[in-house]
Design a protein around this ligand. Structure first.
Ligand SMILES: Cc1cc2nc3c(=O)[nH]c(=O)nc-3n(C[C@H](O)[C@H](O)[C@H](O)COP(=O)(O)OP(=O)(O)OC[C@H]3O[C@@H](n4cnc5c(N)ncnc54)[C@H](O)[C@@H]3O)c2cc1C
Length: 683
């Protein structure tokens, strides 16, 4: 079932985490006396197998059988390769600990690909990108041994610990820094912020380099918010900027820096012009799709104000190539490139406290000093993939989360490095939580043990996001009782469930769900349930099959399938009856939900499922000023250090304002450009 991927489609699914950085030393570099050729040697790990014996002068390889290992998604993957003097003659992969149906099934295709390519220049297998990446890393180690080169175990970073998520700045031995690169501007992270910064720098002819820990650019986040852009002018829509600033500040309970928010409000139109200027031109010719006005309006009713969120969102139709890859092509066309497989280890400062560059580590294990005369822009994403940081910095968000839709590569490394260099972290968490974490009955919110995952923990859900979870259908707790007004921003029901047993809840609707969804008229990406034909039906059918959504001819049967015990079942049936009464009355006398968002539950078949939150990312970051400079604990800018994206702070607190969609990516792109202008002396 494996599908060979182009680089572009690999990009769509990539989440692979290549080994990062080292603490204090490179793991064991002792030379082996002879290359491994015996069965016993096949079990030798790459960490143990370091320097092979001198290469055979006669051929390309030292004949023998070599083994390499790397961390996959659930297990340590072992690749064993046999070489004669000129070629690879056999490949054996052990991916048995990977996900059944995905990573486990990818083994055959990856084995064939390695044999056919006679190198590790192979495509990942669709749906198994982390497993594929681990196989590539492990196979690289086999090749290195066969060529008689040193194999250095790279994954030696101090990733912090449960007791101390920050850890300590690594002390890199000068002797192990094998190269020095000099540039004006260094961008760290080829994600949404980093690639936009690179494209802008390339257009302006700035001297910069961009490094990325993974072998490809990060997934593109397509919808971005920009205020009073050329698109909004075309549509004749303007935003009340004072109201928008007030709304963002209200969401953050005043814990944002309004000057920083104003940078996005006032400079995002120019950001849009820059992005559109590339995407809408040859050879891409995208068309911008603008969302605002009526789309941001809540349905009108007697008992609710006709409230409009100050939303102005932009995305593009008409091209298959994601924006980050377009930017990659764009910079390559102008003579720049991304240095992949290169990870930030630590920042370097001079005696005046100015950041002068970084120490990075390549996936081959070598350390590189990168001097950046005009500054370093960190764009390394948030910390959703780091359970130590999640539990310490956001215990509430962690406790209500059941599913992961984040990039596992975003493990807070940039935040930790900036803090080691004296930068200040926002004091309050701000997770991006969507109420879409579909789980089986009986599963609680929060981490479960997962020995092969980073930190030994993972969220229990297998579905990244069940988008219709955001629809304001009836929601009940494990006691069968309604507990909240279900018509809310995406994360409110998840937080309300934080006070309920197990921190999860069941969503209930009947066969008329599509009529209900049209009337609900939710906004943001939850509108996909209304706008994408067949999406609801398709997802229900799929998850009924997987035992995550339950279909029943009667409400009694549904209660049993959802796992309600006898008291809870009685409550559940009474709750549905009451909810139907409220619908008939067109007035939610219990929780005040607006009338158009009530629904009847009378028409079989009935449907139910259990939900918690799905974690997309974190927005608690390094405090910045309006020029995107990192701030120290005294609120003074750290010269030479700029931060954008999810690892930048001063904008959100408590939570992410989901009903102003696109703000996250919009500010990421805007601050990326702002930082390049600042470092490049363009303002
Ligand atoms: C599924 C999903 C959908 C989303 N959709 C939207 C949307 O439509 N609109 C919106 O506004 N927001 C959206 N977001 C949020 C959005 O992704 C972020 O707010 C933001 O755009 C991320 O940009 P970034 O550059 O900070 O991080 P990323 O784009 O995540 O990039 C970080 C990069 O840094 C690299 N990196 C990390 N550590 C190191 C290191 N030590 N050395 C080198 N490189 C490193 C990573 O590998 C990665 O490539 C979405 C998030 C998710 C998960």
């Amino acid at each position: 079932m494996s599908e060979q991927l182009t680089r572009r489609s690999f990009l769509k699914g990539v989440a692979g985490v290549v080994g990062v950085a080292a603490v204090n030393s490179i793991a064991g570099c002792a030379a082996k006396e002879t290359p491994a050729t015996s069965a016993a040697a096949e079990s030798t790990t790459a960490a143990e197998t370091t320097t092979a014996a001198a290469a055979s002068p006669a051929g390309t390889y030292i004949p023998g059988t070599y083994t390499g290992t790397a961390d996959g998604i659930h297990s340590t993957i072992t690749v064993t390769m046999t070489f004669d003097e000129e070629k690879v003659t056999d490949v054996v992969l052990d991916v048995s600990g990977e996900t059944p149906g995905y990573g486990q099934d990818a083994g055959d295709a990856l084995r064939e690909a390695l044999l056919a390519a006679q190198s590790t220049q192979i495509d990942a297998v669709s749906g198994s990108t982390i497993t594929s990446q681990a196989v590539i890393v492990a196979a690289d180690k086999c090749f290195a041994q066969a060529r008689g080169e040193a194999v250095v175990e790279v994954i030696t970073v101090d990733k912090g610990s449960e007791e101390d998520w920050l850890g300590t700045e690594p002390n890199i031995d000068e002797a192990s820094v094998s190269e020095t690169w000099d540039t004006d501007i260094l961008i760290v992270g080829a994600g949404n912020g980093g690639m936009c910064a690179a494209a802008y720098g390339a257009q302006k002819g700035l001297k910069f380099r961009i490094i990325e820990q993974n072998p490809v650019v990060q997934d593109t986040r397509h919808w971005y918010g920009a205020i009073d852009s050329s698109e909004s002018k075309k549509a004749g829509v303007t935003v009340n900027r004072k109201k928008l600033l007030a709304e963002i500040s209200r969401y953050a309970s005043g814990k944002c820096d309004q000057k920083v928010v104003n940078t996005w409000i006032n400079e995002s139109a120019a950001m849009h012009d820059f992005v559109a200027g590339i995407l809408e031109s040859d050879p891409y010719n995208y068309t911008c799709v603008f969302t605002a006005g009526e789309e941001a309006r809540w349905p009108q009713s007697d008992d609710s104000p006709d409230y409009m969120f100050p939303e102005q969102e932009h995305t593009y139709h008409g091209s298959e190539i994601p924006r980050n890859e377009v930017f990659q092509q764009y910079i390559e066309g102008l003579g720049y490139s991304v240095d992949f497989n290169t990870s930030l280890v630590k920042l370097e400062k001079n005696t005046e406290g100015r950041v002068t560059g970084i120490i990075a580590q390549k996936s081959s294990g070598e350390f590189v000093r990168i001097n950046a005369a005009k500054g370093v822009l960190l764009a390394c994403g948030g910390y959703p993939g780091n359970p130590y940081m999640m539990e310490a910095l956001d215990p509430l968000g962690t406790s209500v989360t059941t599913a992961c839709s984040f990039s596992p590569s975003d493990q807070g490394m940039g935040i930790r490095a900036a803090m080691w260099a004296g930068a200040s972290l926002d004091k309050e968490a701000a997770p991006m939580l969507f109420d879409r974490g579909l789980v089986a009955p009986g599963v609680d919110g929060g981490y479960v043990e997962s020995p092969a995952s980073f930190g030994g923990k993972a969220f229990p859900g297998t579905v990244k996001q069940y988008n219709p979870g955001t629809q304001p259908f009836l929601k009940v707790n494990r006691k069968g009782l309604r507990f909240t007004n279900e018509s809310s921003p995406y994360n409110d029901t998840s937080y309300a469930a934080g006070n309920q047993p197990g921190r999860v809840y069941a969503q209930i609707h009947d066969a008329n769900y599509m009529e209900d969804i049209k009337r609900f008229h939710t906004i943001g990406c939850s509108a996909m349930a209304r706008n994408v034909p067949g999406m609801m039906e398709g997802q229900i059918a799929q998850y009924v099959k997987e035992g995550l959504i339950f279909e029943a001819d009667t409400l009694e049967e549904l209660a049993d399938k959802l796992g309600f015990d006898s008291d809870a079942k009685a409550n559940f049936l009474a709750t549905v009856e009451r909810y139907n009464e409220l619908y008939d009355k067109q007035s939610d006398d219990d929780f005040g939900k607006m009338a158009p968002r009530l629904s009847a539950i009378r028409q079989a078949p009935f449907y139910g499922c259990w939900l918690g939150a799905s974690l997309l990312t974190t927005e608690q970051g390094i405090a910045i000023n309006e020029n995107t400079q990192a701030l120290d604990e005294d609120r003074n800018p750290i010269e030479g250090l700029y931060v954008t994206g999810d690892m930048s702070g001063s904008f959100f607190a408590n939570n992410y304002p989901c009903l102003m969609p696109g703000v996250a990516c919009g500010r990421t792109l805007t601050f990326a450009i702002k930082a390049m202008k600042q470092m490049g002396g363009l303002e």
